[in-house]
Structure formats: structure tokens, C-alpha cells
Design a protein around this ligand. Structure first.
Ligand code: DAH
Length: 342
């Protein structure tokens, strides 16, 4: 059979084989079988050299055209099969709900802290900070807390380092601050009055964990120092902030108390609908008072010129009231089923 007579059937056979290849490996095999070194189409091209000279141009042209056609068909089929290989094997259900990206959120204690800070900022307070590993001076001595005060006891305070040294009279070990009041001293020592700060932060006490206690918890300290500061300013400020954070039905009550760094000292009780629901009339929520003149002496402020008040309260307490949580330990377990609710 003449070369040209073989061309059309071979081309038709190759096109059919390419179209029939149902995956990429089969397609590559088919390509080899026709266009490879030992392929049928290649063999046909090799015969071109045996033709008489006058037949060569026409035959060469026809073979080239057929080859281009095969190569185009090969490329088209390859693109089809590559697309098919990239698609999922199972049919896609476009009506399924989308996959949500997990979005993190702030811990409820952080949210409450932020709200309290925001409320104090509105009335001119700035946030101050201090170390959690403190010393006796800032945590107790400078706050006029006598050396035999029970708060210093190793029952209440975590000391850092060799506890046996506590037996040695006068030994000063670093400690984990038991309250944020230590930052009052640090701030007053580092700047002259007037001062208007709040200090949110973590504190540590040797308490056993139960529904209302945990060895670490959080406080917000407040300190206001200026000329002619009164208990009235203290009550008004604290009341405005609590109403802002916990709602306008909040009522506060101030009771006389004792703290070594304030004189007079007061405790603040709190009530609202939620407290009533818990079956209580009042909940103790904060300590406060007018800054003790001795504390001013200790930081180098003249107590004849400067007056001030301070307060400290627990953030967990407030978060529990706000969200109706009855076990403080839930805040620290970091169970997302709990955290997701806020
Ligand atoms: N430091 C006290 C505590 O941890 C709270 C406190 C009471 C802070 C009276 C004060 C204050 O600034 O004036 O229980």
C-alpha cells in the first residue's frame, strides 16, 4: 500500500486511541505507540526517505499536517485528563454549609478587665504596671504593714527561693505579690503627684482552690493623689465605674474596716438583682480608704500637702457577678465549651 494510502487510516486509529485513553498514564503509552521512537507514525515518517524524489514534497506535507493534528489532539486530551485528575473523586455537594474559620476571642476575665479599664479611663485614670515577683518592701513595709502582720506569713505568701531562709530573722526573700497595692509604692516613688492610676494584674496567695478561691487571681488597684481629695470623690468614682460595668441598678455600701495603708479604711459591699437572686443582700467586693500619711512619708510625698484614696478589688468576683458564674475555677480550666459562651 502506498504511504499516503496508509496515512489516513493510521491517523484515524491514533486519534481514536488518544480519545479512548481514560487516564494520563494510558495517554502517555498511546503517545509512545504512535509518536515514540518505535511508534507507528514515526515508522511511516521514516518511509518518506524511500519515496521517489517527485512524490516526496506532497507526501512530506501530508505527513506533517497529520502529525500536527495528532499533537494537537494529544495536548487537548492531556488537558482534559489533567483536569479530571484534579477534580475530587466524589461528586461535590455545593449545598453543604461552608467550613467556618475558627475565630479566637478574649477570655472572659480579659473582657471584664478591659471594660473596667475603659470605665476608669473615661474619668481620667491611666493604666500602670508592676512586677509580679516583688519584695517585702513594696508589698508590705512601704504599705505600713508591720512585720508581724499575718499577710506576710508563709501561709499566705509564696516566697521565691529557699524557704528555709525565712527562719533567719531579717531575711528578705523575693515573693509573689499578694496584692496589686505594691504598684502604688512603685508609681509614687517614680513620679511626683498628682497621680490617677489603675493597676490590673495577677496576684498570688497560698489559698487552696475551691469554688471562690484560687492561688492565683486578678485584682485592680486604684490610686488617686492630689490636693483636697475626699472620701466623697472615692465613693462617686467607684460608684460611677461599677454602674458602667455592671448596670445602673447597682447599689454600693461602704463599711468601716482596717487596712494598714489607709486611714480611714472602708470595705465596699455591692448589690444588684443578681446578688438578690443568689439569695444574698450584699456581697463584699472591694477594700479602699484614704491613703495613710505614713505611706506618703514612705514614698517621699508631704502628707501635709497631698491627700489621696486607694482601692483594690478582685476581677474574678466581678466577672462571676456579671456572668452568673458560681465556681471561680472555671476561669482557669480553659475548657472551650465554657469560654465560648462569653
Ligand atoms: N490590697 C487589698 C487586698 O488585697 C485591697 C485594698 C484595700 C487595696 C484597700 C487598697 C486599699 O488600695 O486602699 O485585699
Amino acid at each position: 500500500m502506498s504511504l499516503l494510502a496508509q496515512l489516513d487510516p493510521l491517523k484515524a486509529e491514533a486519534l481514536a486511541a488518544l480519545a479512548a485513553a481514560s487516564d494520563l498514564p494510558t495517554l502517555e503509552q498511546t503517545k509512545g505507540a504512535f509518536l515514540g521512537g518505535d511508534g507507528k507514525f514515526t515508522a511511516l515518517m521514516k518511509q518518506l526517505g524511500t519515496l521517489p524524489k517527485e512524490e516526496k514534497p506532497a507526501a512530506g506535507k501530508a505527513i506533517n499536517a497529520a502529525k500536527l493534528e495528532l499533537e494537537a489532539a494529544l495536548a487537548a486530551r492531556r488537558a482534559e485528563l489533567e483536569l479530571k485528575a484534579a477534580l475530587p473523586k466524589e461528586p461535590t455537594d455545593w449545598t453543604l454549609p461552608g467550613r467556618r474559620r475558627a475565630v479566637g476571642k478574649l477570655h472572659p476575665l480579659t473582657q471584664v478587665t478591659d471594660d473596667i479599664v475603659r470605665a476608669f479611663r473615661k474619668v481620667g485614670f491611666a493604666v500602670a504596671d508592676g512586677p509580679e515577683i516583688e519584695d517585702e518592701y513594696h508589698c508590705f513595709d512601704a504599705l505600713n504593714t508591720p512585720a508581724d502582720h499575718p499577710a506576710r506569713d508563709s501561709q499566705d505568701t509564696f516566697y521565691v527561693g529557699d524557704n528555709s531562709r525565712l527562719q533567719t530573722p531579717g531575711a528578705k526573700l523575693p515573693l509573689l505579690r499578694t496584692h496589686t497595692s505594691s504598684v502604688q509604692i512603685r508609681v509614687m516613688k517614680s513620679q511626683p503627684p498628682p497621680i490617677r492610676i489603675i493597676v490590673p494584674g495577677r496576684v498570688y496567695r497560698r489559698d487552696n482552690a475551691d469554688a471562690t478561691h484560687n492561688p492565683t487571681f486578678h485584682q485592680i488597684e486604684g490610686l488617686y493623689v492630689d490636693k483636697h481629695v475626699t472620701v466623697g470623690d472615692l465613693k462617686g468614682t467607684v460608684e460611677a465605674v461599677f454602674k458602667d460595668v455592671l448596670g445602673s441598678d447597682v447599689k454600693l455600701r461602704f463599711r468601716p474596716h482596717y487596712f494598714s495603708y489607709t486611714e480611714p479604711s472602708l470595705e465596699i459591699d455591692f448589690t444588684n438583682a443578681l446578688v438578690k437572686k443568689l439569695g444574698k443582700d450584699w456581697l463584699e467586693i472591694a477594700g479602699c480608704g484614704m491613703v495613710h500619711p505614713q505611706v506618703f512619708e514612705n514614698v517621699g510625698y508631704d502628707p501635709e500637702i497631698w491627700t489621696g484614696w486607694a482601692f483594690g478589688f478582685g476581677i474574678e468576683r466581678i466577672a462571676m457577678l456579671r456572668y452568673g458564674i458560681t465556681d471561680i475555677r472555671l476561669f482557669y480550666e480553659n475548657d472551650v465549651r465554657f469560654l465560648r459562651q462569653f
